[in-house]
Design a protein around this ligand. Sequence first.
Ligand SMILES: [Zn+2]
Ligand SMILES: [Zn+2]
Length: 470
Amino acid sequence: MLGRQDVAQWGRASEICSAHCKSLEMFCEDHQDVCCSVCVAVNHRQCSSVRHIPEISKGFQEKPEYKRLPDMIADIISKLDCVKRYEQEHRKEVQDAGTKIRDEIRSLRVEINKLLDDIEKTTLNQLEDYEADIVTEVNDNIQKIIPAHESVANFNEMLLSEKSEKSSFILYYQCQREKNVAECLLQEISSKPDKLFSFQSDINDFRKLISERKMFGTFENRRCLGVKLCGLPKGELLIVDVSIQKLKLLDTKYQLVAHENLGPARPYNVCHIADYEVAVVIVNANNDKSEVHLYTVTSRAIRKTRRFPVQHRVIAISHYQGKLYVVSSNNTKSTINLHTMNGDLVTKIYEEPCCLRSIAISNDGNFVYVVRWEAGDLITLDSNGNKISTFCDPQLKSPSGVHASESGHVFVCYYSSNTVLQLDRERKRKLAVVARKVDGVDSPVSLWFSLRTSSLIVGQDRRLLVLKLV
Ligand SMILES: [Zn+2]
Ligand SMILES: [Zn+2]
């Protein structure tokens, strides 16, 4: 690749073979590549058509493919810009997440230190109490011994100096009295057991637990909550990446051309309204309330046009001719409400205790399909919400997405069973297994069928899957 500073030399450099430093004179039609004489000798010996460039380049500037080159370059530059911005934002998000986790680890450490400090403090306080109790008792003994000792010692001195018989008599009995007092004291002290104390630490379990620990916790990749998607008229895709809180616009080659960061709000689901208008269900990070945001998507941009709040937590959304079918649930029940495009509630069409996961409306508006995750089935309602039929395959678990195509096909994907099915028009029986794990189905959550390319696009936890249906 040439850098920008090399621009002045481009004209010349581009006519020289970078591998062999010889001038590029030949064109291999088999490989669609320009070559020098060495290239031809080494790599294109077997090729059927190697032509002389001066000869075949006559009038090339007038050819439509050459005239399209600036547009093609502009397109790829714009995509590179978009992906560069996306990756720069991505880097920042990764670094922000790192900073947040670093803070968490630090405060975890502070918390543990605080707990250990408290334990240490309580233990030292106990030690003080034990020590003080015994020292007080010992001090008490010493305080009693001192006067007794003094008194007996005094008599000893008097005995040496006093000589009269009378005095000796008195002294003798006084001394006996003091000696008895001293003996009582000695008896009292020696009859008490010596007090001492020791300390037995009982944190071996804790020490073992800590010494066996390598880390405070584990790290895991967060890209595992699913990708919801809807198609746009020319085959572009709007992706709702639930795990990284982003809307992404992919062109018909499934390359990123625009994105919108919604964090800290969590986008939950998306449905196509008409042309380039889509509705996205958002859950606010601060109050956990749901909102429907309407976006207009152009070829290179995603623009929010309006929004309205909805009651309860919205799980899924679908659209038919100016009406939004909003599936919401709380802990005890799921409901399907019909809203106008301004957000006004028209009516509740369905309610049940089971958790509904995904909704789709048939192309004529006569059928409403909903999948029930725990029950493992798909139920079909008429447009008034009356249950018409139930489809259940006991082999298949956790239906996660349902899609009704413009052409009237109904597709269901199963998250735990890694399977995509096509159902017949009555939705009572399986028409075909579209794809299984061997075909690349891996935790599917959403589906979209593109009539233009006859492709079924499967939104999955880790990657998009494009299935060609012929
Ligand atoms: Zn060459
Ligand atoms: Zn060749």
